[in-house]
Design a protein around this ligand. Structure first.
Ligand code: SAM
Length: 218
């Protein structure tokens, strides 16, 4: 059961009947969609865009990567907002639900779904406009508890995200770091690999809890 006040366990909370449970939870759908809408607003945040007058352009031609797309709640919101979307997820059980959902979406022709690991993306360089990741980025270090290994993996992944983004590309990561230390290594993986930006926390007193990283390629 995916619990309301507890962080889910990866991968067990997303396999077999848990994938079904996840996808049919109205609470989960509301949550994912709300965080995605907020992330779209952050993507066009004035403080993030700065002086770049081209940064505020929106349009049908934008190609967005949804990292850890799960069963597609976030991707659906991105499509409704006019973006072309490539959803990436590492678990077939979740991807199959997203593929099923795609059949009934009006904008399905603008939605590609790929079974892949965020750490080893099958995407060529310099083609993605922006990237969004909702409640998934926490999991990408799963199975690597050693600090050095974790930091290296995160750094390599951020460096490749930088390569696949076009100039002026931006990333919004919504995630749940378990403490300040974890927040720090995730943030540094970006700032040490060609990004600048800042963090937004809904409850700044909470060390863990929902966190948004707002980043742009420099
Ligand atoms: C909370 S769920 C999906 C949230 C998604 N925003 C949605 O709308 O359904 C988190 C997802 O992250 C995926 N994930 C975890 N580690 C991953 C990795 N290394 N590469 C790709 N996907 C990953 C899981 O398989 C899971 O589907």
């Amino acid at each position: 059961m995916v619990r309301k006040n507890q962080l889910p366990q990866f991968p067990n909370d997303y396999l077999n009947e848990k994938a079904e449970e996840y996808d049919s939870s109205k609470w989960m759908e509301r949550n994912q969609k709300r965080s995605t809408i907020l992330s779209i607003q952050y993507l066009f945040d004035e403080k993030l865009i700065g002086q770049d007058k081209f940064g505020i352009e929106m349009g049908d031609s934008f190609l967005l990567l949804d990292l850890g797309c799960g069963t597609g709640f976030s991707s659906e919101v991105l499509l409704e907002n006019g973006f072309h979307v490539i959803g990436i997820d590492i678990l077939l059980d979740m991807i199959l639900k997203a593929r099923e959902k795609r059949k009934s979406l009006k904008k399905r022709k603008k939605f590609e779904i790929i079974l892949a690991d965020i750490n080893f993306l099958p995407i060529r360089t310099n083609i993605i406009d922006h990237i969004i990741s909702i409640s998934s980025y926490n999991f990408i270090t799963h199975g690597n508890e050693n600090f050095g290994v974790k930091a290296k993996l995160l750094g390599n992944t951020a460096a490749y995200l930088n390569e696949i983004l076009k100039n002026r590309g931006r990333i919004i990561i919504e995630f749940y770091p378990k403490d300040d230390h974890e927040l720090d290594i995730f943030t540094k993986s970006f700032t040490n690999n060609g990004f600048e930006g800042f963090m937004v926390k809904n409850n700044p007193k909470q060390k863990a809890g929902q966190t948004f990283l707002l980043l742009k390629k420099i």
